[in-house]
Ligand binder design. Structure first.
Ligand code: AQP
Length: 327
C-alpha cells in the first residue's frame, strides 16, 4: 500500500498540524510504502518572504523527523526537488474544472484575507492532486480541512483515467477519529490555523512550556462547569480532543475522570499533557535542526527515491495525453 501526504512550510506549525498531520504520518508509515513531502511550491500561493521560505522548509523537514518519521521506513523530501510535481500540475489542469476550483472553501476563505489573490491560490488544488496521484497513492492521511481538496483529486484521477486510460489510483483520505479539526483556543468555532487564527489561541509546536500553559489556561470555555463533549460546548470539546491527541486516552475516559471537577484542574492537566508530548519532540527537533549537513543528506535520499517512483507515472501521463517523447 502507498501512503502520501504533504505539509506546507508556511508559518510556524501548530498543534492542529500535529493532530491532522504529523502524528498520522508517523502512525501510517507502519502500514506500507510511505512518502511525506514538504510542499514548498504550495507556500508561494500566498505572499511569502524568500528567506523565510528557505528557513521554514528546513524547519519543517526537521520537525517531520522529530515527530517520528523514520528515514529508513519513509521517504521524506521537498516538493521542489522533484520536478514531476510542477509538471503534473500543468498536465492535470487540462482535466480540472474551473467551476469546481472556484467552489473550494479554502480558496474563498484565504482569497478574502489577501489583498493580492494569486492565480496560484486558485490552482493550488491541482498541484495537490498531482502530488498525490504521481505516487499512485492509496491512502492520504490529512485533517478535515483538506477533505474537499482530496475529493477534487479523486475527481481529477477519475476524469484522467476515463479520458486517457487507467493511469491513477483513486486515493482514499485517512482522517483521525478524534482531532481531525482542532479548533482555535480563543475562537473554538474556527479551526486552529497558521494564517487565520488568533496568536493566543494557537499552540505552536515550538512554544516553550510556560507559553503552552498560559495559552491553555486562557482558552475560552463554555457556560456550566461539566467537562463533556457536545455541540453546545465547542471550547471544552476542543480541550478534550487536544487531551485525547496528547495522551492517547479516549474522550470518554477523560469525561469520566473530570466528571464534576470543574474547568480549573482540567485545563491545568490538558496543558501538562501537551507539554509532556511536545518537550521531547522539541529536543529532537533542535538536535536535527542544528545539523544542516544531516538534513541535506536525508532530503537528498528522499528526493532521489521520489524522482525514481514518480518518473514512470509522469511518463505515462505524457504518453497517454499524446505528447511526442524522445527515445
Ligand atoms: N486545525 C487543524 N486540525 C487538524 N488538522 C489540521 N491541519 C491543519 N489545520 C488543522 C492539517 O495539517 C496538515 C498540514 O497542513 P498544511 O500546513 O499543509 O496546510 P493547511 O491546512 O493550510 O494548514 P494550516 O496551518 O491550517 O494553515 P491555513 O489555515 O493557513 O491554511 C494537513 O493535513 C491539514 O489537514
Amino acid at each position: 500500500m502507498r501512503i502520501f501526504s504533504g505539509i506546507q512550510p508556511t508559518g510556524a506549525k501548530h498543534f492542529g498540524n500535529y493532530s491532522g498531520g504529523f502524528r498520522q504520518y508517523a502512525a501510517t508509515q507502519e502500514l506500507g510504502e510511505a512518502f511525506f513531502c514538504v510542499v514548498d511550491l504550495h507556500s508561494i500561493t500566498v505572499e511569502h518572504d524568500p528567506k523565510d521560505l528557505r528557513e521554514r522548509t528546513l524547519d519543517l523537514a526537521a520537525m517531520l523527523f522529530a515527530t517520528g518519521l523514520d528515514p529508513q521506513r519513509s521517504t521524506v523530501f521537498v516538493q521542489s526537488h522533484v520536478t514531476a510535481h510542477a509538471e503534473s500540475a500543468w498536465l492535470l489542469s487540462a482535466v480540472t474544472s474551473y467551476g469546481q476550483l472556484g467552489r473550494m472553501t479554502q480558496f474563498k476563505e484565504k482569497g478574502e484575507r489577501q489583498e493580492f489573490v494569486s492565480a496560484g491560490l486558485f490552482t493550488y488544488p491541482i498541484l495537490m492532486a498531482g502530488d498525490i496521484l504521481l505516487y499512485r497513492t492509496d491512502r492520504v492521511p490529512i485533517g478535515d480541512d483538506q477533505r474537499q481538496h482530496l475529493e477534487l483529486a479523486r475527481d481529477i484521477a477519475e476524469r484522467f483515467n476515463a479520458r486517457f486510460g487507467d493511469t491513477f489510483v483513486v486515493p482514499e483520505g485517512v482522517y483521525p477519529e478524534v482531532g481531525a479539526r482542532i479548533m482555535d483556543l480563543q475562537e473554538p468555532t474556527k479551526k486552529m490555523s497558521t494564517t487565520g487564527g488568533t496568536p493566543q489561541g494557537t499552540i505552536l509546536m515550538l512554544d516553550p512550556p510556560d507559553v503552552i500553559r498560559k495559552k491553555v489556561k486562557s482558552a475560552v470555555t463554555d457556560s456550566g462547569s461539566e467537562v463533556r463533549r457536545g455541540d453546545d460546548k465547542p471550547g471544552v470539546t476542543n480541550l478534550i480532543d487536544i487531551m485525547t491527541v496528547a495522551t492517547g486516552e479516549t474522550p470518554g475516559a477523560i469525561e469520566v475522570r473530570y466528571d464534576s471537577g470543574g474547568y480549573g484542574q482540567f485545563k491545568a492537566d490538558v496543558a501538562e499533557a501537551v507539554v509532556a508530548l511536545l518537550e521531547p519532540v522539541q529536543e529532537r527537533y533542535r538536535e536535527l535542526r542544528d545539523d544542516p549537513g544531516e538534513l541535506q543528506r536525508l532530503l537528498r535520499i528522499g528526493a532521489d527515491k521520489a524522482r525514481e517512483v514518480t518518473a514512470p507515472t509522469l511518463e505515462a501521463m505524457y504518453e497517454r495525453m499524446g505528447f511526442v517523447r524522445l527515445r
